[in-house]
Design a protein around this ligand. Structure first.
Ligand code: XLS
Ligand code: NI
Ligand code: NI
Length: 439
């Protein structure tokens, strides 16, 4: 059965094309810095936004018109249809990876045994579709936030039974991720955080969170799951104080609890901006600390204070994001997962294609701009010059840790006239970036 009738595989037609069902910039086989575009970018579909989201918001009901959900009202039968829809969509889009939460792919049952049975049944179908198409699982995860039992968090719940339930759920989610040969497993904080200290033992909650992650690492060893674990930082939403606020917070958490060698970061653009950072700042921190793992590619609306999860279309941002990724050596286990949803007024099936095409084209442009900036060493040469005082003399002694306050005082007293500061040339650099974008 074909679900997207009349839509054929999306092809690259170049920037003059007026065909809305074509890539204007994403040319998967084109080589950039010696590697195919598709292997730099490793685009992935988020199952939850593309197959499950229905356009509900706090003020209105579902708007999405999904003919395949009308075929049956039985949730398991619907889940089976959605697998076929998902793979047809990815094939037509040329998306070679996907990501899911356990509860996106199969409905939760009345008991955990029933939920796991539902998962096994759907995973059978996913497995055969993966074999048929060659599409791979970028990462799996567990939904530890939708059900009301997680109202006070999962591994940071004040209720030990909930901690145990969450462990049981993650155990199964790891098993199916291993079965599908997933290259990663993500922990996004969900409701791991709190609203008020009046009722919260923050130290116990954070200690328990770390205990939970150590259990996951132990279990991965036990079952031979070799995928990469990720933590996905996010501030503010859904709890007021999310424990995984941003890259810096997560890195210090991982160090404190001796998890830094077992986890990398999955960094999301909209979460970066919610934390008051740019995406390139968040990636730079991860790269400099050796923990860049994967990216949830989307964009927020800077005028709104929540996670709008829009498809990325801002090529200035995709260029600077790709620059940091290239500078960090590119993806290993990770990729660019479109954790992005079409607006609730973009309710037709075609919009799912337009959204992904927009995002893939924006990242293709970003990649090409970033590659040229990298090859021409525009930013790197400027940095080398700006910090050159640390390559010689007293600066070299500082970097090599040969001097302390006393030696520096002596140096300054002898020196009398300091070397002049140099302009940071921010506006010049910004206009050069524009020049590279426009071409
Ligand atoms: C929510 C997160 C979520 C994770 C996966 O804001 O981005 O979608 O990526 O649990
Ligand atoms: Ni995400
Ligand atoms: Ni998000």
């Amino acid at each position: 059965m074909e679900y997207f009738k009349g839509i054929t595989k999306i092809k690259y037609e170049g920037s003059d094309s007026k065909n809305p069902f074509a890539f204007k910039y994403y040319n998967p086989e084109e080589k950039v810095l010696g590697k195919k575009m598709k292997d730099h970018l490793k685009f992935s579909m988020a199952y939850w936004h593309t197959l499950v989201a229905d356009g509900k918001d706090p003020f209105g009901n579902a708007t999405m018109e999904r003919p395949w959900d009308e075929i049956t009202t039985d949730p398991m039968e619907q889940a089976k249809v959605r697998v076929k829809v998902a793979f047809e969509f990815m094939e037509k889009m040329g998306l070679e990876y996907f990501c899911f939460h356990d509860r996106d792919i199969a409905p939760e049952g009345k008991t955990i045994e029933q939920s796991n049975k539902n998962l096994d049944e759907i995973v059978d179908i996913i497995e055969s579709e993966m074999k048929r198409t060659g599409i791979k699982l970028l990462w799996g995860t567990a939904n530890l936030f939708s059900n009301k039992r997680f109202v006070n968090g999962a591994s940071t719940s004040p209720n030990a039974d909930i901690f145990a339930f969450a462990a049981t759920q993650v155990k199964k989610a790891m098993e199916i991720t291993k079965r599908l040969d997933g290259s990663g497993f993500t922990f996004w904080g969900g409701r791991e955080g709190y609203e008020t200290l009046l009722n919260t033992d923050m130290k116990l909650e954070q200690d328990n969170f770390a205990r939970f992650l150590h259990m996951a690492v132990d279990y991965a060893k036990e079952i031979g799951f070799e995928g990469q674990f990720y933590i996905e930082p996010k501030p503010k939403e859904p709890t007021k104080h999310q424990y995984d606020f941003d890259s810096a917070t997560v890195i210090s958490f991982l160090r404190k609890y001796d998890l830094i060698n077992d986890f990398k970061l999955n960094i999301e653009t909209n979460h970066a901006t919610l934390a008051g950072h740019t995406m390139n700042h968040e990636i730079r921190l991860a790269v400099d600390n050796g923990v860049l793992g994967s990216v949830d590619a989307n964009q927020g609306d800077l005028l709104l204070g929540w996670d709008t999860d829009q498809f990325p279309t801002n090529i200035h941002d995709t260029a600077l994001t790709m620059y940091e990724i290239i500078r960090g050596g590119g993806f290993n286990t990770g990729g660019l997962n479109f954790d992005a949803k079409v607006r609730r007024s973009s309710f037709s099936v075609e919009d799912l294609f337009y959204g992904h095409i927009a995002g893939m084209d924006a990242y293709a442009v970003g990649l090409k701009v970033a590659a040229r900036l990298w090859e021409d060493r525009v930013i790197e040469d400027n940095l080398a010059k700006r910090y050159s005082s640390y390559k010689k003399g007293i600066g070299k002694d500082i970097v090599e840790e040969k001097v302390g306050f006393k030696e520096l005082e002596k140096y300054i007293l002898n020196k009398k006239v300091l070397d002049l500061n140099e302009s940071g040339r921010q506006e010049l650099l910004e206009s050069i970036i524009n020049q590279y974008i426009i071409g």
